[in-house]
Design a protein around this ligand. Structure first.
Ligand SMILES: Cc1cc2nc3c(=O)[nH]c(=O)nc-3n(C[C@H](O)[C@H](O)[C@H](O)COP(=O)(O)OP(=O)(O)OC[C@H]3O[C@@H](n4cnc5c(N)ncnc54)[C@H](O)[C@@H]3O)c2cc1C
Length: 455
């Protein structure tokens, strides 16, 4: 273990952490990374024409790479701008250490002078995964399958292959429900799949004493208390499920790509930035241009080029390829090949409004307790490191409209114990609060016993 402490490349992530005591704790923790398995990917199967080219090895791209390369007659190329996930990606409680790092595209919105003025420079940070697994390697791990209404809208809009039943069938095919309490309840168990690659579980640890009270208080306010939110079509309050297994993240890199990476018909290239889709005179995409370590390369596709580069990069790549609103492309000196005004439009994000609540008990986390949580994680994969550092597993889905059958709002709970060492890191790193707001929260956090952010 001592050798591991100073030889691992993953240590660099911890070196910038400011409070000295924390650095020591994290170094201990980083040393223990050797207890967790971590293989790197193969990427050198030298050909440049493929049946399919997949751009982006994120949540969607890893699934596509696995499923398409199941057909041995097809050669598949998967291109990813990022690299291997670091060990911090495996540990749910260290999620926020990945934000604003090389594993994050670090997008920022433009300050409109009106909204988000509690955030540094009025610019909201849009964290987005830049690594194998994409955002599924850095997200908050909350597994939400949505309300039937969401998919009915797809169907009604003309996507006749995606009826509610078909979407639900696909979810089940992907899932492997592992939580014993959920498995014992037939109403819950039959709602989930059992043999798919994607682990569905509950977090190994949450602030149960706390979140149970929150769920009870939601019920007192009239929201239905559900034994499983998925069973109740995401209307009401309950315990959220997670894409974690025994306290470890299960990204699509882990669940789909790793089992396919050794197939001889799948080539994976990391650190490869796709800059353009090549389109012929008949408007058929036939390849991509890529920047690999500063070198420009071209890969060709005989069947399809698939853009799965995420909600920001996919339209960006299309526009760089000359497909998008003509006027906008010309402003940026990009020759317009297909005038398609809707490319880059209709992006929707979920606005977040934090409400801070202060309570009386239980008290602050002592250094001893803090270290115990770390030991608990290393030995048993339990403790606060086994849960998302951003949210607990208490969730509420509701509508602000009367008699609605589907939600338009959701509420999550974050617990911040008194003097918790990561309070600054989380509030700054996750929410990007400016110093004035940060100080007011941390000041109260030092005086009061604990606080919970309800979003
Ligand atoms: C911080 C955070 C927390 C979240 N929490 C949750 C949650 O708890 N529950 C939930 O359901 N959802 C959550 N989400 C949302 C969820 O993770 C995303 O909706 C989902 O991962 C998007 O999948 P995707 O395949 O579309 O894109 P991504 O998973 O983002 O994948 C896109 C991939 O394409 C790569 N790429 C981009 N541009 C290029 C290029 N030019 N060349 C090559 N590769 C490129 C990227 O590096 C990335 O790997 C969260 C997201 C974030 C960022």
């Amino acid at each position: 273990m001592a050798t591991c402490l100073f030889t691992t490349p993953c240590l660099s992530l911890f070196q910038w952490t400011s409070p000295q005591s924390l650095v020591a704790v994290f170094k201990c923790f980083a040393a223990a990374q050797c207890l967790l398995s971590h293989d790197s990917m193969l990427d050198n199967k030298g050909i440049n024409t493929f049946d399919f080219i997949i751009v982006g090895a994120g949540s969607a791209g890893c699934v596509l790479a696995n499923r398409l390369s199941e057909n041995e007659d097809w050669n598949v190329l998967l291109l990813e701008a990022g690299g291997d996930p670091p060990i911090t990606s495996d540990i749910p409680g260290l999620q926020t250490l990945l934000y604003k790092s090389e594993y994050d595209w670090q997008y920022k919105t433009v300050n409109d002078g009106v909204t988000s003025q509690a955030i540094d420079n009025g610019q909201v940070t849009w964290t987005k995964g830049k690594l194998l697994g994409g955002s599924s390697s850095i997200n908050a791990l909350v597994y939400v399958t949505g309300n039937d209404h969401d998919y009915q809208r797809w169907y009604d809009a003309g996507n006749k292959e995606w009826s509610v039943d078909e979407v639900r069938r696909c979810f089940k095919k992907a899932e492997s429900l592992q939580n014993q309490d959920m498995l014992r309840d037939p109403t819950i168990s039959t709602r989930y799949g059992h043999n798919g690659p994607q682990t569905v579980n509950r977090f190994n640890n949450t602030y149960r004493w706390y979140t149970d009270k929150i769920i009870k208080s939601w019920s007192e306010l009239g929201f239905k208390n559900t034994k499983d939110l998925n069973v109740e079509n995401y209307m009401g309050a309950g315990i959220l499920t997670a894409t974690a297994s025994n306290g470890v993240r299960r990204s699509t890199y882990k669940t789909y790509l790793k089992q396919a990476e050794k197939r001889s018909n799948l080539k994976i290239i990391k650190n490869a930035l796709v800059t353009k889709v090549l389109i012929d005179a008949n408007f058929i995409a036939y390849g991509v241009e890529v920047k690999e370590y500063g070198l420009k390369k071209t890969y060709l596709a005989t069947r399809e080029v698939i853009l799965s580069a995420g909600s920001i990069s996919s339209p960006q790549i299309l526009m760089l390829s000359g497909v998008g609103p003509q006027e906008h492309l010309e402003t940026h000196n990009v020759e317009c090949f297909v005038n398609s005004p809707m490319v880059g439009q209709n992006l929707q994000d979920h606005a977040l409004m934090p409400v801070t609540i202060y309570g009386d008990k239980p008290g602050s986390v002592t250094l001893g307790e803090f270290l115990k949580h770390i030991t608990d994680y290393l030995l048993y994969r339990k403790g606060f490191l086994a849960q998302s550092s951003v949210v607990t597993d208490a969730g509420l889905f509701f509508s602000t409209l009367e008699n609605a059958s589907y939600p338009n709002s959701q509420s999550h709970v974050t617990v911040v114990n008194k003097n918790f060492p990561l309070v600054n890191l989380n509030l700054k790193g996750t929410f990007g609060y400016n110093d004035a707001v940060l100080e007011s929260i941390t000041d109260l956090n030092q005086k009061k016993n604990e606080c919970a952010g309800v979003q």
